[in-house]
Design a protein around this ligand. Structure first.
Ligand code: NDP
Length: 313
C-alpha cells in the first residue's frame, strides 16, 4: 500500500494551490485530477477576475499553468479519480479507479461542484443531443442557430453572452420576474440584440425528432394568466447553479443541507481531524477561482501544521 502524507483530491484552483503549498513545505503531496482535469474553470473562456492578468487570461491556460507549477515544485499529479475514501480513522484509506490503495496521513478535498439540471426526463433523453450545461464546451455546434439558456444568475448571463456571439438567437428562460446576476452582466444581456429574456417562465419539456427542436414552456405558472407555449430551439443550456461533489464523503463528513462540506470558521478543517476541504466543495457563497485558490493554500498550511504537531512531517 502506498503511503502519502497529503492526498489532494481535485484539480481546480483549490487543488492545485494546495499542491503548490504542500510541495513547497515538503509534504510530497499526491494530487488526483479527477474526472474533469482543471475543474469548472475549464468550461469557461477568458477569466478576467483572477488577479495578476491585467488583460484577463484563457481559463484553460490558467489551469495548465497551475498544473505545471504544481509539478515544477514537486507535486505528484496523477490522472484518474479517487473512488473510495474511508475517513473513519487515520491514516485514511483511499482507493483510485484502478484499485490502487493509498494510505494518507492527511486529505485535502477539492472536488468542486457540478452543474445542476432541472430534473426533466427530456434532459436525459436529449443529453448530448441538444442539452448541455456548458456553453463554452458545446456552443460551437450552434453557430447561426437558436438556443435557450435556463437561469438568471451570473453563469446564465455569461453563457448567454457567449452564445450570442455564435448563435443567431438566444432565449434566456428565467423563472423569476428579474435577473439575479451582477448589474454589469444584466446590462450586457439586456443590451445584446439577439438575446431575448423570457421572464416568469419555466420549462416543462423538450421536443424533437432528431435531437432538440424546441421547448415546451409555461409563463406565470400557477397564476390566473398561466400560459403554455412552445419555442423552436436547437440547443438547451442549463445554467441554474451547482451541486457540490461530496457523494464520496456522505455519512462521514459534516455536510450542510445542500451537501457542501462544513468547515470550521476561518479554517478549512472539517469535523474529522486531518481532513480539510477547499474550494467550491465547501463554498456555497463565493464560488470564485481566486477564493478557491486561497482556501487551497489554507488547507495545505493547516495540513502541514497538523502533521508537524503530530510529529509526522
Ligand atoms: P445562482 O445560484 O446565482 O443563479 C442560479 C439561477 O438559476 C437563478 O436565476 C435561479 O433562479 C435559477 N434557477 C435555480 N434553480 C432553478 C430551477 N429549478 N428552474 C429554473 N431556474 C432555476 O448560480 P450561478 O451559477 O449563476 O452563480 C453561482 C455563484 O457564482 C454566484 O455567486 C455568482 O455570482 C458567481 N459567479 C460569478 C461569476 C463572475 O463573477 N464572473 C460568473 C459565474 C458565477 P432564482 O433567482 O429564481 O433562484
Amino acid at each position: 500500500m502506498e503511503k502519502v502524507k497529503t492526498l489532494i483530491i481535485g484539480s481546480g484552483p483549490a487543488g492545485y494551490t494546495a499542491a503548490i503549498y504542500a510541495s513547497r513545505s515538503n509534504l510530497q503531496p499526491v494530487l488526483y485530477r479527477g474526472i474533469q482535469p482543471g475543474g469548472q474553470l475549464t468550461t469557461t473562456t477568458i477569466i478576467e477576475n483572477f488577479p495578476g492578468f491585467k488583460d484577463g487570461i484563457d481559463a484553460n491556460q490558467l489551469m495548465m499553468e497551475m498544473n505545471q507549477q504544481a509539478v515544477n515544485v514537486g507535486a505528484d499529479v496523477r490522472d484518474g479519480a479517487i473512488v473510495k475514501a474511508d475517513l473513519s480513522k487515520r491514516p485514511f484509506i483511499c482507493e483510485d479507479e484502478r484499485g490502487n490503495v493509498i494510505e494518507a496521513s492527511t486529505v485535502i478535498i477539492a472536488t468542486g461542484a457540478s452543474a445542476k439540471y432541472l430534473g426533466l426526463p427530456d434532459e436525459e433523453k436529449y443529453r448530448g443531443q441538444g442539452v448541455s450545461a456548458c456553453a463554452t464546451c458545446d456552443g460551437f455546434f450552434y453557430r447561426k442557430r437558436t438556443v435557450a439558456v435556463v437561469g438568471g444568475g451570473d453563469t446564465a448571463c455569461e453563457e448567454a453572452m457567449y452564445l450570442s456571439g455564435l448563435a443567431k438567437k438566444v432565449y434566456m428562460i428565467v423563472r423569476k420576474p428579474f435577473l439575479r446576476a451582477a448589474e454589469i452582466m444584466q446590462k450586457r444581456v439586456m443590451e445584446q440584440e439577439n438575446i431575448e429574456i423570457l421572464f416568469n417562465t419555466n420549462t416543462v419539456g423538450l421536443f424533437g425528432e432528431q435531437g432538440v427542436e424546441g421547448a415546451h414552456l409555461v409563463r406565470n405558472k400557477g397564476e390566473q394568466n398561466e400560459e403554455n407555449y412552445d419555442i423552436a430551439i436547437d440547443g438547451f443550456f442549463l445554467a441554474i447553479g451547482h451541486t457540490p461533489n461530496t457523494e464520496l464523503f456522505k455519512g462521514q463528513l459534516e455536510l450542510d443541507q445542500q451537501g457542501f462540506i462544513i468547515t470550521k470558521p476561518r479554517s478549512t478543517a472539517t469535523n474529522i481531524e486531518g481532513v480539510y476541504a477547499a474550494g467550491d466543495v465547501a463554498d456555497p457563497i463565493y464560488r470564485q477561482g481566486v477564493v478557491a485558490a486561497g482556501t487551497g493554500a489554507m488547507a495545505a498550511i493547516e495540513a502541514e501544521r497538523f502533521l508537524q504537531d503530530k510529529g509526522e512531517k
